[in-house]
Design a protein around this ligand. Structure first.
Ligand code: FMN
Length: 217
């Protein structure tokens, strides 16, 4: 093939090598990520290493975002910092489990994500101006892509053997003031992370069927 972009030959080789090794995830991997994974409400004492969190992020960051904007930002909290700065801003019903989780992550979105675009999207010089000059467009894209990245991160945490519990029951104004004042970062949701106590999972709630939610043309 002629006129390849810089790095494109390596990308093609990587895709082809992967296809030769594997064509789909095995059933156990699918179960670990989604099929038999549950939201956890209580936690064992087993600690979570920073290395596991980094491993999960290093996988999640490979998930696609529009124009590679990568707006997700993470704050990880343990111990005293979590107890004093975050737990008081959680809904009452979320406080005990948030205190008990070995780590709690604030998943946030940086609405000034475009400041990185000369590095993350060099293909179009000045691409950042598409967003810096249109704040509502920037907001919409930060929310959409930050939520996608948060979902990639949730699944990546499960892939390294961790359990998770996402939560939207908290006072977002207070969390934003405590952690992000003076920035363009705002909280998306909060997630407990650890090795779950399986005795406390809830029964599975009904999921909508493919036939109910899809239109096939
Ligand atoms: C964005 C989001 C917000 C949630 N907020 C809360 C919450 O504030 N408190 C809570 O106990 N569970 C919360 N949940 C947990 C959901 O109710 C739970 O994941 C869902 O019922 C599926 O449970 P399962 O994974 O065990 O099947 C939240 C989940 C998501 C994805």
């Amino acid at each position: 093939m002629n006129n390849l972009l810089p790095g494109q030959a390596e990308a093609i080789a990587e895709v082809n090598a992967l296809r030769e090794r594997i064509s789909r995830a095995d059933i156990d991997t699918m179960s670990l990520l989604l099929g038999q994974a549950y939201t956890h409400h209580a936690w064992t004492d087993k600690p979570v290493s920073n290395a596991s969190l980094k491993d999960a992020y290093d996988l999640a960051k490979m998930g696609p975002t529009g124009m590679n904007i990568q707006p997700m930002r993470l704050v990880f909290l343990r111990g005293e910092a979590k107890e004093t700065r975050l737990v008081p801003h959680m809904l009452d019903s979320n406080q005990t489990k948030t205190s008990a989780a070995p780590v709690t992550a604030i998943l946030a979105n940086d609405h000034a994500f475009y400041k990185n675009m000369s590095r993350t999207f060099p293909i179009i010089p000045n691409a950042s101006e598409m967003f810096s000059n249109h704040k509502s467009f920037a907001y919409e894209n930060a929310e959409r892509n930050g939520t996608l990245q948060a979902a990639y991160f949730l699944l990546a945490l499960r892939s390294v053997g961790l359990d998770v519990a996402p939560m939207s029951g908290f006072d977002s104004d207070k969390v934003n003031k405590e952690f992000f004042e003076g920035t363009e970062v705002t909280v998306n949701f909060i997630m407990n992370i650890g090795y779950g106590d399986s005795n406390a999972v809830y029964p599975r709630l009904p999921r909508l069927d493919f036939e109910e939610i899809s239109q096939l043309f």
